[in-house]
Design a protein around this ligand. Structure first.
Ligand code: FES
Length: 285
């Protein structure tokens, strides 16, 4: 496998259902598994076909070691929402798929005592690798990067529409040092209301986070970015902008960032310059 050269072949190791219509897929791709860092993504498409022609981007959930202790597989979580993901849900162990990655910049190495991750819907998935890295429990990248000082705690605020839509959080619940709180729009589990209510409450509390990482629907991320700006807390947003090529050629994924001119802005490609941007740099309409 030569990840830098573009598409290559990976094989399905395991597929597991996490919730209705939500699956965790693991792909055997050792070179990419050794290099990928939390918040980076990769493109996946069926092997040997042209329908669908374009790949789809998926964010890292976690890497899995082989018997020699080195990263061997990449795991990611997806919802079934169209032709491609419907096809993927039928993939089984040994299936050959096309893979391109790692791509994008990912989250910075956490450097704080209390890190918060705010995730909405499927945007919660990068929090697993983020938490493990921040707490010093797993290293990612080649050479392996690590926090200068491990965080004492990581808090995950996870927002979904209803309890029936939330994913199985067993993987996350096994992490020492990670606290999880859930918010549901319909009040069927956890905090009744928006996940940003929890963020405001925490920022006003006794142990506020020193940095906030976030991924989810754009309105939620816009709100999180604004709240953190007002509180003067470092915040990074991982944008879920639709992507076509994934490598900077089509400009289908642009977002607006502020320039040095107080009223000025310019476009940046989410797939190359992102998907993670400091909230302080983004134009949050
Ligand atoms: Fe084509 Fe980003 S997806 S430039």
């Amino acid at each position: 496998m030569v990840a830098d050269a573009g598409w290559t072949t990976a094989r399905v190791v395991e597929q597991r259902t996490l919730a209705a219509g939500t699956f965790r897929l693991r792909l055997h791709c050792p070179e990419a598994a050794a290099r990928i860092t939390p918040g980076q993504f990769f493109m996946v498409r069926p092997h040997g076909g042209t329908d669908p022609l374009l790949g789809r981007p998926f964010a890292l959930y976690d890497t899995i070691d082989g018997q020699d202790g080195s990263p061997e597989s990449i795991g990611f979580v997806y919802h079934v929402i169209g032709k491609m993901t419907s096809l993927m849900s039928r993939w089984t162990g040994g299936e050959a798929v096309e893979f391109w990655g790692p791509l994008g910049n990912g989250f910075p190495v956490p450097r704080c005592r209390h890190l918060m991750y705010v995730g909405g819907g499927i945007g919660y998935t990068p929090s697993l690798a983020v938490a493990r890295e921040a707490l010093g429990q797993r290293a990612y990248g080649s050479p392996a990067r690590s926090a200068e000082q491990a965080a004492e705690r990581v808090t995950l605020y996870y927002g979904v529409q209803s309890a029936g839509q939330r994913a199985d959080l067993t993987d996350l619940e096994s992490i020492d040092g990670l606290t999880i709180r859930i918010a549901t729009d319909d009040g069927s589990e956890g905090h009744p209301g928006l996940v940003t209510d929890l963020l405001r409450e925490s920022l006003d509390g006794d142990d506020p986070p020193e940095a906030v990482y976030c991924c989810g629907p754009l309105p939620m991320m816009t709100a999180v970015g604004r709240i953190c700006r007002e509180a003067d807390v470092d915040c990074w947003l991982s944008l879920e902008t639709p992507m076509a090529c994934g490598f900077g050629a089509c400009f289908s994924c642009v977002t607006r960032v502020q320039t040095d001119d107080p009223d000025g802005w310019d476009y940046r490609r989410t797939c190359v310059e992102g998907p993670v941007f400091p909230a302080a740099q983004l134009v949050l309409d």
